[in-house]
Design a protein around this ligand. Structure first.
Ligand code: SF4
Length: 343
């Protein structure tokens, strides 16, 4: 068969052909323009895209899946106005402010370890930690260690000062989560009580202090495809160790309660595009995946670029039971990452 000049043109400019060479073979993430091209691919290319994203993930991250647990020490009553968040105290959501005590924290860590998880993330719904919260986290970490629970400890406590970053490093916190949530150009439509730059500054300090950086966001906040590509490129510039990907859960009482749920195929295309933007990062399924993808979609995501999951409940929305996720990994023949590999 002879190849016409147009076909040669197609083959050399097709974004998936380029991505196979650039990302899969050379480990160089896609640019913002290329990410947008991927996000604009039709459903007829979805299977091909997911297969490539899976190849990229296994080539640059290996076959293991990181399993993590999460616990909220302070739920609800947050003074910030992130429009998607049921924990904001500014919206009439059903979530009420509550604190978890130290024995409860230790028990949650123990249960998380029992699932085989390697990371245990202590989360608080706050703008940033005050002295009381930091003291509680310190006490909690000491109690978890004293109880012999062998697990990496991560924290998600909002925006930090340099002194607080130093304090967390000194407590032995291994990873810090703080999400940028959305593209810089869209942020003021989503949050008005603090800026994207404030979040970015915290992340820069965390990385410079030697903690692993965990930073992701939420898809489906009314952002355009261009802004989704912008967001992926901004995350790639930050070079985070881990990126949690959430899909909007339109929580009752929040300004986004009537926003549509992201469609399954769009969610899978977005996950794959983020994987092609960041070939080496841990890309984690976080909140909203049941609503967006259902059980089957979760499996497709695991074969389309994802390599970490949270087990059990997510903060204020009920996730699947831990065992269902671990069974899924077994069925997909994906090994769970062992703790010794992360130390
Ligand atoms: S996302 Fe975080 S900072 Fe924003 S309202 Fe929710 S808990 Fe507060």
């Amino acid at each position: 068969m002879t190849t016409t000049p147009e076909r040669i043109e197609d083959a050399t400019t097709d974004v998936l052909t380029v991505a196979a060479r650039q990302v899969r073979d050379e480990g160089v993430g896609l640019s913002e323009t290329q990410i947008l091209q991927v996000l604009r691919l039709g459903d007829d290319r979805l299977e091909e895209l997911l297969a490539l994203a899976h190849e990229v993930r296994t080539r640059w991250c290996g076959p293991e899946v990181e399993v993590e647990g999460i616990v909220s020490v302070k739920t609800g009553g947050c003074p910030e106005d992130c429009h998607f968040c049921s924990q904001s105290g500014l919206f009439p959501t059903p979530v009420r402010a509550a604190w978890l005590d130290i024995p409860g924290l230790v028990e949650a860590a123990r249960q998380t370890q029992a699932t085989g998880a390697t990371e245990f993330c202590i989360v608080a719904a706050v703008r940033g930690p005050d002295a009381r919260l930091l003291a509680q986290v310190r006490e909690g970490i000491i109690a978890i260690r004293a109880a012999g629970v062998d697990i990496n400890i991560a924290c998600s406590l909002g925006m930090l000062t340099q002194e607080q970053v130093t304090e967390l490093v000194e407590m032995g916190v291994h990873r810090y989560n703080h999400n940028l949530e959305t593209a810089r150009s869209h942020f003021t439509n989503v949050v008005t009580t603090h800026t994207w730059q404030e979040r970015w500054d915290t992340l820069r300090m965390v990385g410079a202090a030697g903690m692993e950086v965990c930073c992701g966001g939420i898809i489906g906040l009314g952002e355009s495809l261009e802004q989704r590509a912008e967001f992926a490129a901004q995350l790639a510039e930050l070079n985070p160790d881990e990126v949690p990907m959430n899909f909007l859960i339109p929580n009752p009482g929040t300004p986004y309660e009537n926003y549509p749920v992201v469609e399954g195929s769009e969610a899978l295309r977005t996950i794959a595009a983020f994987r092609l933007a960041m070939p080496r990062t841990i890309l984690r399924f976080a909140g909203g995946r049941e609503l967006t993808l259902g059980d089957l979609g979760a499996e497709q995501g695991m074969l389309g670029g994802i390599n970490a999951i949270i087990v059990g409940n997510y903060l204020t929305n009920l996730g699947r039971p831990a065992q269902a996720d671990l069974d899924m990994l077994g069925e997909l023949k994906m090994p769970v990452k062992a703790l010794s590999q992360t130390l």
